[in-house]
Each structure stands twice: as C-alpha cells, then as structure tokens.
Design a binder for this molecule. Structure first.
Ligand code: HEM
Length: 142
C-alpha cells in the first residue's frame, strides 16, 4: 500500500523525530556514564544509575521501538520497499540488532541500579560496561 504525499510527509516527520530522538537519548545516557566514571562522589554514582534506568526505559526503549515501527511503515508504504534497496534492509537489520542489545542491556542496568540503590555500591565494572554499550550504540548510529 503506497501512502499519499501528505501522509508520507507526516509519517517521515515522525520517523525522523523518533530516530534522531533515539540518537539524542543515547548521547544523554553516555553523558551520565562519563559523569559517573569521572566523579569521586559515590552518592552521585548511585543517583546516576537510577537516572540511567529511567532514561533507558522511558526514553531510549520507546524511541527505538517507534523508530523501528515508523521505519517499517516508511519502507513498506513508499516505493522504497523493505527488500528493494540494500540501505533500507541494512538499516532495518542494524536497528533490530541495536534494539535487541538495548533490551538485553536494560535488564542489566535495572539490576545494577537496584543493587546500587540498596547497598550504596558504585558498581564500577557495570558502569564501564555501559560505556561500551552506549559508545557501541553511537557507532552503530554513525
Ligand atoms: C537507526 C535508526 C534510524 C535512523 C537514524 C533513521 C533516519 C532516517 C532519516 C533521517 C530519514 C530521512 C531521509 C531523507 O528524507 O532524506 C529516513 C528515511 C527513511 N527511513 Fe529511516 N532511520 C532509522 C531506521 C529505519 C528503519 C529501521 C527503516 C526500515 C525498516 C527505515 C526506513 C526508512 C525509509 C524507507 C526512509 C525513506 C522514506 C521516504 O522517502 O519517504 N529507517 N530515515
């Protein structure tokens, strides 16, 4: 089914908002990770784990799913198609891959945020892992 030009413009606007929003939310997550790795204050790190859990579940995950869904609508509702051009299929697989890693990683972030809040420990190794996840995610976007 091919979209009318007005509908296509509207859907593309949403697709770009969600996709670029996803990128922006990952950058904020990375800013928190960097702050946690350079601060000397344990309480700041505990608070940052909680903030990372919120940004992850309430911003990054919904934006990733919305970007994927609107991307699928853009490819199937326009002459681009999902399988006609390598870049559309490549984008699709990259976004699926990034979303699966994201969902798996958010389970870890929630666990470490709970441990950190309950015990006051900074979970340094976990924070270094988050640097790799958020940095890797950013590379996938680029
Ligand atoms: C990583 C997430 C994504 C980002 C950052 C992103 C970004 C963008 C941007 C900036 C455009 C506008 C290009 C232009 O008009 O010149 C666009 C268009 C498009 N995207 Fe995505 N996208 C993402 C995910 C996806 C996915 C998962 C699919 C397919 C399943 C997809 C399919 C498309 C298609 C078909 C268009 C062209 C729509 C049209 O010409 O009306 N995108 N995307």
């Amino acid at each position: 089914m091919i979209m009318t030009p007005g509908l296509r413009k509207f859907a593309l606007t949403l697709h770009v908002i969600f996709s670029v929003g996803w990128l922006g939310a990952v950058i904020s997550f990375l800013a928190l990770v960097i702050t946690a790795l350079i601060t000397e204050d344990a309480q700041t790190v505990v608070a940052i784990w909680i903030a990372m859990e919120s940004i992850g579940w309430f911003a990054i995950v919904p934006l990733a799913l919305a970007s994927l869904l609107t991307g699928l609508i853009m490819s199937m509702g326009t002459p681009w198609g999902l399988f006609q051009h390598y870049w559309v299929l490549f984008k699709f697989f990259l976004a699926i891959f990034a979303t699966i890693i994201l969902l798996l990683n958010m389970g870890t972030v929630s666990d470490l945020a709970n441990i950190s809040a309950e015990s006051g420990s900074i979970e340094l190794a976990g924070m270094q892992g988050e640097l790799i996840h958020a940095g890797g995610g950013l590379l996938v976007f680029l």
